[in-house]
Ligand binder design. Sequence first.
Ligand code: FRU
Length: 544
Amino acid sequence: MATNKEVRHRVTGENPTLKSEMPADQREGSRGRGLRVAAVALLSAFLAASCATTEEEPREYDESYRPQYHFTPPQNWMNDPNGLVYHEGEYHLFYQHNPSGNDWGNLSWGYAVSSDFVHWEHLPVAIEETDELHIYSGSAVFDADNTSGLGTADTPPLVAIYTGHHKMRSIQDQRIAYSLDNGRTWEHYEGNPVVDDLRSNFRDPKVFWHEDTDRWIMAVALPTFHRIQFYSSPNLLDWELESEFGPAGSTDGHWECPDLFRLPVEGSNGESRWVLQVDINDGAIAGGSGAQYFVGTFDGSTFRKDPETEGEVHWVDYGPDFYASQSYSGMPDDRHVRLAWMSNWNYARNKPTDPWRGAMTVPRQVRLIQTAEGPKLAQQPVEELKSLRGEGVHLKDVSISDSDSAYTDDALEGISYELVVKVEPQDAHTFGLRLRKGEEEQTVIGYDVAEEELYVDRTQSGRSDFDPDFPGPVQRVPLPLHDGGITLRILVDRSSVEVFADRGQVAMTNRIFPDHSSDGIELFAEGGTVRLKEFDFWPLTSVW
Ligand code: FRU
């Protein structure tokens, strides 16, 4: 007779989370090991339902490691997000894609749309490579006033600005394609390229409309020179070089995928600041590729970083799997939303997924928050993701001490879920969570009280034999205690963990490749006791 767990695995190919509310008497003021929820009735009901579906074929998007609420292409290779634009009720998501293989190559723009940032409809490849060119990364805008003349007053175009990478000559230039049917079909502009400097490394144009000077601005990278160039244009077709920024900050690797945007500074007197994000490959904070940013001013011509931000490099995300992030243009509300490729060039090509390779982070709303060290970026998953929350487990005021070698609860398990955890260390020197825990696997999100540092340890997180660079060292980031505690929001999916802390000022993104059966969640304290002020767990429903 199979155990409950075995039955569930066999039936669905995954290990769905038990959805249970803690009984009220155990929810508040309960303590440590005593708290174990049987959930027998729920489990029996679940098993009855599961058995009925034993003969069903596994559903699509059910492969090992297939994220259940993060965007992935149905098949084949994906890297950077491209052309993120909202238009006519849809969030358009283009991406670097190999339409005919699961390795980097044949670079084209893959395509999907969503009306809620959560459910995505896959569409045919939007812009295909040509005999001469790979279609490298770039951005897209809605040319509402038809400044380009590529549409009409009645049907203004969506315009994509991408890098053409010449296959035979070692040259990269900036090019235009346009669509008059909301992205479904694209024409290349006859006058391409629109910016050409005969350079072999010149790529990733991010274009936006600059209100104050009434013109388009393009930020584009000179990767090997550690410079970002800014061009201006009245019509998206004729571009003039305005200025250059860099080298600055981290210059250990090539600079790629710039993004420039303005945000209000929360906690200031109505000020706003410009943020220039510059990705770097390699030499980033967690090794390999990553994203740094500069805060400053932009007058439509020149970006100047604030003098007080000299010195320390600011990282958008402190984990190893956050690259090539880009902002949505033309948002229908005043939110600033971005998403990134959840990978790292160090091992991207070897990740053990098939028939696809590559995933995006969840879309994140980004804000600028005033701090003692100047304005800092903060990010949180978009609100829409809350719609995936199933029935959760909620605990309040539970003490965990090192004599409870680990605290867990029968109702707490899963492989696609969200956690919000508010903890106050008392006399413990270390505490944290062991997630995706199996007999020999775990991903640890921990806090070192003396150092006031958050850490993520994926050294035993699951498969790592595919690349020696993958597990990497334990990642550590300063995280001061606030009101004597810390609050973590954690998104776990079949092959990723995203951690947000300190109102989102700290984000750490990791891919992990644990076994399906590694579904345990444990809380631990070392050297003393911690107080779990609040603990919220929600299973997240698959979007597929
Ligand atoms: C970043 C990047 C870009 C380039 C694209 C090619 O990941 O190297 O600079 O445009 O990928 O796929």
